[in-house]
Design a binder for this molecule. Structure first.
Ligand SMILES: Cc1cc2nc3c(=O)[nH]c(=O)nc-3n(C[C@H](O)[C@H](O)[C@H](O)COP(=O)(O)O)c2cc1C
Length: 171
């Protein structure tokens, strides 16, 4: 698929089939994540692969939507701020969350290219996630996504016009 077509085709899927994902497709998605650019190439992230089978009740404590637990897989993208690049010369701003976001964007786009659905989930309960995944202190859960075959249809993309989103030279 052409990239311009792919960015139109990716959408937030909120209804999934329980069908398993072929290993070959899953590996392509993980490889797309692995190849994501990160600040100073520090790669300060981990992807936690969660098989939803028999874990639905626990997962719903993390994010309470039926569709979250419908597919066979849920991914949690974590950042590892201590391993990531900081803008240390100036304000020490951490870029680890940005890195994790790019990783998940690669995942969502590769999944869409393979006909699979995803949905960014940022509105999860971090404490419930920490407990369920037994996350060490220095691991920061950034976002989840279900991953599976979509059973809904993409909606029209509602976006601001470009003229509201860009500026030339000055604010
Ligand atoms: C950082 C981030 C967090 C999001 N968190 C949630 C969420 O918790 N629940 C949800 O249903 N959608 C979530 N979304 C999906 C957005 O609502 C969705 O991307 C947006 O409405 C545009 O729709 P589209 O993805 O279908 O193009 C999130 C998206 C992003 C980028």
């Amino acid at each position: 698929m052409k990239f311009a077509q792919l960015v139109h085709q990716r959408y937030s899927c909120r209804k999934y089939s329980p069908d398993l994902i072929e290993e070959e497709k899953f590996n392509l998605i993980l490889e797309a994540a692995r190849l994501a650019p990160t600040a100073s190439n520090q790669q300060p992230f981990q992807i936690i692969i969660i098989k939803t089978e028999n874990k639905q009740d626990e997962l719903l404590k993390i994010y309470h939507r039926d569709w979250f637990v419908q597919p066979p897989i849920v991914l949690c993208i974590c950042s590892l701020p201590a391993e990531g690049w900081h803008r240390h010369k100036y304000d020490n701003q951490s870029y680890a969350i940005v890195d994790a976001a790019i990783v998940l964007d690669h995942i969502t786009l590769q999944a869409a290219d393979l006909g699979l659905g995803t949905c960014w989930v940022g509105d999860f309960n971090p404490q419930a996630a920490r407990e369920f995944l037994a996350l060490p202190e220095d691991v920061n859960p950034v976002a989840f996504t279900p991953l599976g075959y979509p059973l809904d249809e993409p909606k029209n993309k509602i976006r601001k016009p470009l003229k509201e989103l860009i500026r030339f030279d000055t604010w």
